[in-house]
Unconditional design. Structure first.
Ligand SMILES: Cc1cc2nc3c(=O)[nH]c(=O)nc-3n(C[C@H](O)[C@H](O)[C@H](O)COP(=O)(O)OP(=O)(O)OC[C@H]3O[C@@H](n4cnc5c(N)ncnc54)[C@H](O)[C@@H]3O)c2cc1C
Ligand code: FES
Ligand code: FES
Lengths: 304, 179
């Protein structure tokens, strides 16, 4: 790695001062798991690293007005193991658990992960399906950006050079909702996905009609994508296997994967359909679990 | 520009004067002189460089040494005490948890971090936790067995084959060769 200055600001104001002084030659560093590799490979050559790890108030998870607020410097492992997240949004804890290995999750942060913007990452599809937003702060104030609109290309986002991700906000699920995230891993358990799919399903009160559906995919293009046409096929329709298959077909049309060592483009497209269908099925199982729990008990009683 | 950094490694503090681009891995091996921590992939995948920093298992190949100012670092050299191996080290010897040995310090540090957090993991939990530590030699089963031996308190029950017994065995096999 080429030499660089290292700064450890204690608050966001100091971060802004450092960013101003070093301009485009500076890079923020959080867990370092993505940036250090890119620096070793000389893909980026900052002359100054501004560490976020001493900045006060950037890490931690809290609930406010029903939404989960996750500080930008919170680690993946903290999201995975947080009792608050597991209680409120088990899907989110489960998704972060899919990232790499314990060692990486101990270091990698929620903000750093989003800013890295590799389309093969796991959290973005789930965050998109959950309708989450990123809070970005600069000297001029802060703005909320839906995760769905955050990514623009490989390793590119809408963040301006002086913006820091301070928080990710995940709204509460509407009533009668359940979600699932599936990561297709044909090679090893700690690999990036060949494709990944997240689905959040909301049913009407009869639990027989889809009142809303949000579907997002990873590893299928230059950014994570939301499959709106696939969602539209389901909205207002009865919960039936044909509807899921129709949505899966639409998802296949929405993706634009590349061929690489994780699979050919054609294979990934096929798997995108399969995994959207399975994610929907798994989300729907979430409803059955709640409903069928007492009936299973009565069956057991009957057998006695 | 060089910086003064204090690294607390295995309970001793080291005053270093290092460049910000020095990795914890390099600082441990070349500045502190503890070469137990190994370098494999250099990109966070293989786990050979695993150390524990403030209680958390990390890749020292992706960690800047300057970022560890004042933190408590444990490496493989910090496990044995009073001339006695740590039960995990003893278990890897008794249960054949290594062959060439290059991944072993990382394997043992990963297992140590697991047992710190959960002293009674199931086999499945060990497998999941250790999935980030690659080994090209053992086929993993022996590593799993070694860790489970510590979990199940079985370290010290395997008697190593004594050298004289081994020679006797080799002698007895020569019968086949000559006939
Ligand atoms: C071996 C390995 C395996 C991996 N496998 C997976 C996987 O299976 N699934 C997956 O999803 N991901 C995987 N990853 C990627 C991992 O998720 C990212 O490396 C990680 O999330 C980056 O977070 P970080 O805190 O380390 O970011 P850093 O490396 O510190 O920073 C990354 C980028 O974000 C910028 N940045 C950091 N923090 C902020 C902030 N608060 N505001 C604005 N910009 C910021 C930095 O300037 C830099 O450009 C893997 C990584 C490794 C090393
Ligand atoms: S050398 Fe650090 S993980 Fe491989
Ligand atoms: S013992 Fe040789 S790589 Fe693990």
């Amino acid at each position: 790695m080429q030499p660089f200055e290292y700064r450890t600001p204690k608050n966001l104001k100091e971060v802004q001062q450092e960013l101003k002084q070093f301009g485009a030659d500076a890079k923020l560093v959080a867990g370092g798991t993505a940036l250090i590799i890119m620096m070793k490979q000389r893909l980026v050559r900052p002359t100054c690293l501004i560490s976020l790890s001493s900045v006060r108030g950037l890490a931690g998870i809290a609930e406010k007005n029903g939404a989960l607020r996750i500080g930008g410097s919170t680690t993946h492992r903290e999201v995975e193991t947080s009792s608050l997240v597991r209680r409120r949004l088990p899907l989110l804890a489960e998704t972060y658990r899919h990232v790499a290995t314990i060692r990486v999750r101990n270091m990698a942060t929620v903000g750093g992960g989003l800013a890295h913007a590799d389309p093969n990452q796991d959290p973005p599809p789930t965050l998109i399906a959950l309708g989450a937003s990123v809070k970005a702060s600069s000297a001029g104030g802060s703005r909320m950006i839906p995760v769905e609109e955050f990514f623009t290309d490989y390793y590119e986002t809408v963040l301006k050079p002086d913006e820091v991700i301070t928080e990710v906000s995940v709204p509460r699920l509407p009533p009668n909702s359940a979600g699932a995230f599936l990561k297709f891993l044909p090679r090893t358990a700690d690999d990036y996905a060949t494709v990944s799919a997240a689905a959040v399903v909301t049913l009407d009160r009869s639990k027989k009609i889809f009142s809303d559906v949000r579907i997002a995919l990873g590893s299928v293009g230059t950014t994570p994508i939301r499959a709106r046409e696939a969602e539209a096929v389901l909205r207002g329709q009865p919960v039936k296997a044909e509807a899921l298959r129709a949505a899966a077909e639409k998802a296949k049309q929405a993706v634009d994967p590349i061929s690489d060592f994780r699979g050919s483009a054609a294979y990934k497209r096929e798997m995108a359909g399969v995994f959207v269908r399975r994610a929907l099925e798994k989300a729907l199982e979430g409803f059955k679990r709640v409903k069928s729990a007492p009936s299973r008990q009565s069956k057991r009683r009957g057998r006695r | 520009m060089k910086r003064a950094v204090v690294l607390n490694v295995n309970g001793e503090s080291y005053d270093l004067d290092i460049e910000p681009n020095r990795l914890l891995l390099q600082a441990l091996r070349e500045d502190v002189g503890l070469t137990g921590t190994k370098e494999g992939c250099s990109i966070g995948v293989c786990g050979a460089c695993s150390v524990i920093v403030d209680g958390r298992l990390v890749s020292s190949c992706l960690t800047l040494a300057v970022a560890c100012q004042g933190k408590e670092i444990t490496t493989i050299e910090g496990l044995a005490s009073d001339g006695r191996l740590h039960p995990l080290q003893q278990a890897f010897i008794e249960y054949g948890g290594f062959q060439c040995g290059i991944c072993t310090p990382g394997q043992i540090m990963a297992a140590k971090a697991l047992l710190n957090e959960n002293p009674q993991p199931s086999e499945e939990q060990v497998k999941e936790w250790m999935s980030g530590n690659l080994c090209r030699c053992t086929g993993y089963y022996k590593i799993l067995e070694s860790v489970m031996a510590v979990v199940n308190n079985k370290v010290g029950t395997v008697q190593p084959v004594r050298r004289d017994e081994r020679s006797a065995k080799i002698e007895s096999l020569k019968v086949y060769k000559s006939s």
